[in-house]
Design a protein around this ligand. Sequence first.
Ligand SMILES: [Zn+2]
Length: 152
Amino acid sequence: MSIGRWDGAMLAALEEARAALATDDVPIGAVVLDPSGTPVGRGRNVREADHDPTGHAEVVALREAARARGEWRLDGHTLVVTLEPCTMCAGAAVLARVGRVVFGAWDPKAGAVGSLWDVVRDRRLNHRPEVVAGVLADESAALLEEFFAGHR
Ligand SMILES: [Zn+2]
């Protein structure tokens, strides 16, 4: 088995996703890497934990990274997330000017990085991050399926 370039970061994001289960939040996790590949932000879905409709993993991780950097611009950074970002999070990635979005499973019901919309590669925007899709997608999808199976 070959180890992909983003597997390590995705494993860290999956670890965040699993931690969301403690508060009965949908298991989605994210990590932000600086241009050298060092993690500078982590986040998990905290909608239930924080009673926050915008408490998505990506937003939490981008905020932490920007705080750590002391700057809202995250040029050259990579947002790694276990599930394809929604419209809000795809928008947040563009606003943060990240250089790259890496995600695991596709979200055909709400995805905004190629599924329902493609917010990050809309030609009308002047900042368009690179996209890498499907990294450890099976692991990410299995975690979500397990969660929703337990909530039926
Ligand atoms: Zn989102």
